[in-house]
Write a protein that binds this ligand. Structure first.
Ligand SMILES: [Zn+2]
Length: 72
């Protein structure tokens, strides 16, 4: 797995929506790649932000895509 593959799956990795094999691949990549691990932590923080916004009735999808544009 390269970084691009990892980024594409990171979202679903955080949500635990990948297959076991994919989870394993991403996990292994994160262990070897500090840069992607940073992104992973960022995604986790993002989840918290989105959840707060969600509870307050904001549009989380919109916010998420905005944040993605800023982050990537
Ligand atoms: Zn990477």
């Amino acid at each position: 797995m390269n970084c691009k593959d990892c980024w594409e799956k990171l979202d679903r990795y955080v949500d635990r929506e990948l297959t076991d094999a994919e989870l394993y691949e991403v996990k292994r990549h994160l262990e070897d790649c500090p840069h992607c691990e940073d992104l992973y932590r960022l995604q986790l923080n993002l989840r918290r932000v989105v959840k707060v916004c969600c509870d307050q009735g904001a549009a989380p999808e919109h916010l998420r895509s905005r944040l993605r544009q800023i982050l990537f």
